[in-house]
Ligand binder design. Structure first.
Ligand code: HH2
Length: 280
């Protein structure tokens, strides 16, 4: 009997669990701990390879969340997910105290939209925790980042920033193989003038030699390209962005709509595999 074919390689899918009152696309839906856990279960059942759990929105104008409250929202959720699933959990926070508590509760990845710049001890805490870290590019800070973002050459500037942050993390003791990079779609970037060249320039970010995480799901550039569609009406554009990321060689995509994204990536990967067989 023929051996079953190994599934073709494709980026991993990171499902988003926002335990926040005010996230841009799903704020308030999963603030209740039971609702957040039910959502996490659903994303796992839909095929998520990882989950990203956050308790503080990063959208412009979002309310800052005190550290104790962030820990209170995150820790029981991480613990509950890990108690019933082997799916790795990432914690989306800029605060080292929250990352520390989440890792103690079972999180394997610290996803920091400030690339470990928020607190003076962030780099050292990341090294001490020994977890994986996602270093994301952002121009400015969440509250004001969309006011007037400016770049002479967005792809070069983002790539240089990420390379420098990876160096800083390694100098502080974070192991090279634990570092992920993320271009930070929508973070201090003009909707179309910056996000589109950055999407097109993803191969240059991938060429830095670290696994790349792409978070384009439901972001506002998709709304701008679809007549101002509301965030929950941006599925088609989100899938298109994930496929562009996969073609560019990103290692993972951070998405709200897991089932649909997994299906799209599986189809793309299977066709790519068939195409290789034909040309062999
Ligand atoms: N985007 C958001 C939040 N965290 N982390 C990484 N690494 N990359 C991203 O692109 C990214 C991120 C924003 O999306 P969301 O979590 O849905 O919204 P909010 O920040 O309003 O909670």
């Amino acid at each position: 009997m023929a051996r079953p074919l190994a599934p073709p390689p494709r980026p991993r899918v990171m499902g988003i669990v926002n335990a926040t009152p005010d996230s841009f696309s799903d704020g308030g839906r999963f603030l209740d701990p039971a609702a957040a856990l039910a959502h996490a279960r659903r994303l796992i059942a839909e095929g998520a390879d990882m989950l990203d759990v956050g308790a503080e929105s990063t959208r412009p104008g979002a309310e800052p969340v005190p550290v104790e409250l962030e820990i209170e929202r995150i820790v029981p959720l991480v613990r509950a997910i890990r108690a019933e699933s082997a799916v790795p959990v990432s914690v989306d926070t800029m605060k080292p105290q929250v990352a520390r508590a989440a890792v103690a509760a079972g999180a394997a990845i610290w996803n920091d939209v400030t690339a470990l710049r928020h607190a003076p001890n962030s780099l050292h805490v990341a090294a001490e925790l020994g977890c994986e870290v996602v270093l994301m590019h952002m121009q400015g800070e969440p509250r004001t980042m969309q006011a007037e973002p400016h770049y002479d050459d967005v792809v070069t500037e983002v790539a240089e920033f990420l390379a420098a942050r990876a160096e800083a993390a390694m100098a502080a003791g974070v192991a090279r193989e634990r570092i992920w990079l993320d271009p930070g779609i929508g973070f201090g970037k003009h909707m179309l003038r910056h996000n589109l060249p950055l999407m097109a320039g993803l191969p240059r970010i991938v060429a830095l030699g670290f696994p790349v995480l792409l978070g384009a799901s439901r972001k506002s550039f998709i709304g701008a390209l679809s007549g101002g569609a509301a965030p929950d009406q941006r599925l088609g554009g989100s899938i298109a962005a994930a496929l562009v990321g996969a073609s560019a060689g990103v290692a993972a995509v951070r998405v709200h709509d897991v089932a649909e994204t997994v299906q799209a990536l599986n189809v793309q990967a299977a066709i790519a595999q068939a195409s290789e067989t034909q040309s062999a």
